[in-house]
Design a protein around this ligand. Structure first.
Ligand code: ATP
Length: 295
């Protein structure tokens, strides 16, 4: 089940082509990173899906439902650091945010606990570190317990401790079953926290998929058979296999670069009593492409 589906999205600002017809899907329960250098179109993309910008062409929908108000209530967003009142406390600020968003106040303690600001909930916002301010912003996005969170560069401007805290928070939210869509220009951040990634360059998607696949040094094949368990057990014994991962469409098997050919795999499976219903080479490592584009 996809939380978000984006189809052939185009955005021009006058002569500037910010998005050139991009498409991707965000599966439920993932931490989905939109990775790209400055100016690649990340903020434009998030602005469109959050309805603060109009598309030039193309469509998207959430939960297969659409983009109406009821659907949007299931989405919490942090597009830029919100304007909290400096002289008010965290609780007072969240009360205002809750009323603006028409979301209940009963949630405030829960979200402050979640972002680990509970002990400082009665301190004035002005006494918070940058990291705490950012966590309060995420707490605000969590009001109403949305199923999906959209975050634009959530660690921007933070020191290493602040970055680590946000990273832990994202992991915690992911464990709770939330889907998180976040933009970032840092490969490292995306590798550490995201399960899936779409790489954006000059308004085009260079690659998208599971991080293991996108950042792997390995070659991958995809295979399938009627009994996947038996197939996985047999392939585990095949020389050179580094890892096997199950996807909806089949098993993805990882090999060191340049060591896999298909015919011997087919023969080996057949010899072990398995008839393959699928056998193909998946794309190879794209890490080099990303390094090229960030340079
Ligand atoms: P950053 O990390 O710097 O925010 P980004 O990947 O989020 O970059 P966008 O901000 O979406 O990229 O910008 C994509 C392109 O669109 C850039 O070339 C940018 O200059 C241009 N752009 C963005 N907003 C506008 C605007 N309001 N008017 C004209 N051009 C714009």
């Amino acid at each position: 089940m996809d939380v978000l589906k984006v189809n052939d999205l185009v955005k021009h600002y006058g002569p500037v082509k910010a998005l050139n017809g991009i498409g991707f899907s965000v599966p439920r329960g993932t931490v989905f990173g939109i990775l790209g250098p400055n100016g690649s179109g990340k903020t434009t993309l998030l602005g469109i899906i959050m309805d603060v910008l109009k598309t030039t062409r193309g469509a998207y929908n959430f939960f297969g439902e659409g983009t109406g108000a009821d659907t949007r209530r299931k989405i919490g967003t942090l597009l830029e650091t919100p304007n909290f009142y400096h002289y008010l406390t965290a609780v007072q600020n969240l009360k205002i945010a809750a009323s603006v968003k028409q979301r209940g106040e009963e949630d405030i303690d829960r979200v402050l606990e979640m972002v680990n600001l509970h002990q400082r909930k009665n301190s004035a916002f002005s006494t918070y570190s940058l990291g705490m301010k950012q966590r309060l912003a995420i707490a605000s996005a969590l009001l109403g317990n949305p199923e999906v969170l959209v975050l634009d560069e959530p660690t921007n401007g933070l020191d290493p401790v602040g970055i680590a805290e946000i990273r832990e928070l994202i992991k915690k939210l992911h464990k709770e079953g939330k889907t998180i869509i976040m933009a970032s220009h840092m490969l490292d951040e995306v590798e550490k926290v995201c399960t899936h990634v779409a790489i954006l360059k000059k308004g085009n998607i260079m690659a998208s998929g599971h991080v293991d696949e996108i950042f792997q040094h390995s070659d991958m094949i995809e295979i399938d058979a009627s009994d996947r368990k038996a197939l996985a057990a047999v392939m585990n014994q095949y020389p050179g296999v580094e890892q096997i991962r199950e996807e909806e469409s089949g098993l993805v098997v990882y090999f060191p670069p340049g060591t896999v050919t298909l015919a011997p795999v087919n023969a080996y499976c057949f010899k072990n009593g398995i008839t393959l219903s699928k056998l193909l080479i998946k794309k190879k490592s794209l890490e080099s492409k990303f390094i090229e584009l960030t340079n």
